[in-house]
Design a protein. Structure first.
Length: 75
């Protein structure tokens, strides 16, 4: 999941993934991967949202990743 997040943000920013800061600076990457582990059994009912490189990243239980500018995402 962490690779997918970095790729999604880099796509929105139109930059190489290596141009982004480390994801582990803002979220526990091991925990994120474990939450959305495709090999885990059972149903998930969760949503994770965090700010990464000035973008709000939201991952829902279907593993859909939404990326939008953090300033726009604030309510």
């Amino acid at each position: 999941m962490t690779v997918a997040v970095v790729e999604a943000v880099s796509s929105v920013r139109n930059c190489e993934p290596t141009a982004l800061p480390p994801l582990y600076d803002v979220v526990d990457t091991d925990a994120l991967d474990a939450m959305f582990d495709p090999d885990s059994t059972g149903e998930r009912d969760c949503r994770v949202s965090f700010v990464f490189d000035d973008h709000r990243v939201t991952i829902d239980d279907s593993e859909r990743i939404t990326v939008e500018p953090a300033a726009v995402a604030r309510h």
